[in-house]
Design a protein around this ligand. Sequence first.
Ligand code: IVH
Length: 672
Amino acid sequence: MPQQQVETRLTELRAQLQHHAHQYYVLDDALISDAEYDRLFCELLDLEEQFPELVTPDSPSQRVGGEPLAAFAESLHSLPMLSLDNIFVAEELEDFEERIRRRLSSSEQITWTAEPKIDGLAVELIYKNGLLIEGSTRGNGLVGENITANLRTVRMIPLRLHGTEVPDQLTVRGEVFLSYRDFAYLNQQRSEQGEPLFANPRNAAAGSLRQLDSKVTAARPLSFFVYGIADAVDTPCQNMAELFPWLQALGLPINSQSKICRNLNEAKQHYQHLLTIRHELEYEIDGMVIKVNEFRFQEQLGNTARAPRWAIAWKFPAEEVVAQISSVEYQVGRTGAVTPVAVLEPVRIGGVEVRRAALHNQEEIRRKGLMIGDRVLVRRAGDVIPEVIRPLIEQRSGSEEKIIFPKICPVCGQPLHRPEGEAVTRCRNLYCPAQRLQRIIWFAGQSGLDIEGLGPKNVKKLLAEGLIKDIPDLFCLDKNQLEALEGWGKKSAERLLQAIAKTKQTTLARFISALGIRHVGETTAELLAASFGSLDKLRWATQERLLAVDGIGEQTAAAVTAYFADQENRELIARLQDLGLTIQATEKQSVGTLTGMVFLFTGTLSSMTRIEAEERVKSLGGETVSSISKKVTHLVAGEKAGSKLKKATELGIQILDEQKFLRVTELSIKTA
Ligand code: IVH
């Protein structure tokens, strides 16, 4: 392709990818499938690889992160990034208004904005001629850290402003944060990898942004909302009410819960509203920010050294309450980990009754210096399980008792074990009934085979009634016995048996995850399935081979080999297979970079046989067919291509010549 044509295609691809990423990440309204997006992205990477001189800083390919830095450079803010003064009760809002009115000495009406105060990290983004050229943290307000490479990886941050009327220069400010869901996902991955967990979404977002290796940041699903600009002269807007839609039209994500208020009564109502919906939001907010809407008033009011006079943060009441620890329970998980849980005198936090709170492990109890009978601060954040923060030592009566971590398993009585340097104490008895119960719950649950109707309650019941002893027994359940269970009947028995039968055909990833191997959850199981392709290959994998899988660390590799080294586990798998549990052989194909694409070959290929070419597609997760239909996404046309080529052109199917096919698939093999 001549360079001119490549440039045009690159511009086209970038615009398309930018548009679709905006639809997906900002507007939550995808217009094309993931596979289609990946195809466009692949084409872009392919062209950029051939023409590296044509790579631009706003290319979507630049979101994957670059070379690690030795240290962050400093970044001087053109105007200081201020903090906000806080208020806690409605009356203080009146004082705030009063102060403003006195300073303005104007009888004109002031209007306001009321915005959620997002609990993340403030960042500044500088756009020159529409292009993101620098991004930084707040730092000390005057000088922050230059984290441009990291911010480029945040999908909600446009690398180029949208539209035709972009300002020459624009400095915006906003908050980078992690949603609860992405936080939970990140921590799940970390727990699978045996890495320390982040305490809350804010810490996780901060840790992710301050990575010297932007590839690490790129792998963290950070989000962003813009809440303001450094200097209103860069905009044609007179007030915040005009600013928000203007920023939005430039492709910057604004928060949909922000409201323009005619008076502070409306702001108070909005505060109550945010307080009620707080836990329905996908991200953590810790209050509401109220700002003067009109820029000319903002300018007249100015700032103190610390904060603007025209804005204030009205914090939500703390979601921390005082509760009393009445006892400590020890739960034994599926891998034998013994987790202490504080049993509390029931308290309400944010409208929810809390009776138990996480104590994490023995080390945490020691570090916090907790005792039974202590009055403690308990915090609830979003969907996360409540946790004990610290004891109120000054309120101790002297009757508190030491928390003595058990030396033997509270369920099976075998000695507990805590390896040197590890925080977790374990029961190592594989026959421990608690572990067995949790293993069956895991196997049947969402991370396992996902057997409908077989949640923890029913697993416990089946065990208690002696209908099952271990996982394989699930596949030998007797209809009559099930029917006879208290509260069960013909229908419920049939429903369960059908649900179990339905899961007998499973995928390799699901099966690996269902086994409940330590450090191996759904995500890791998918990595293993994609890399090994069969249970047999995984079973005989050495530590070295496991470590070669991207995303598998030492602990996971050791856990996997230990699992398969155990005779008992091998027998369990053999029994499951005897009972008819089968793993679909397609697993390796379903996760490649050509997933979702359907290839049809026509004409003669010169570098390989058609069968080899088809194998190549399949090994990358694609499908091949032999006749033309709408289902076909790509036609590979060799020498002397005939009617299929014509038909494909009519159907608008993407056509690749042999060279192009080789390049796309070779690139996929490299990135797979
Ligand atoms: S305005 C000069 N608006 O809260 C005005 N800040 O406690 C400064 N924050 O550093 C910020 N949501 O990181 C503003 N809607 C919002 C906000 C918000 C969260 C953060 C921001 C700021 C901190 C001050």
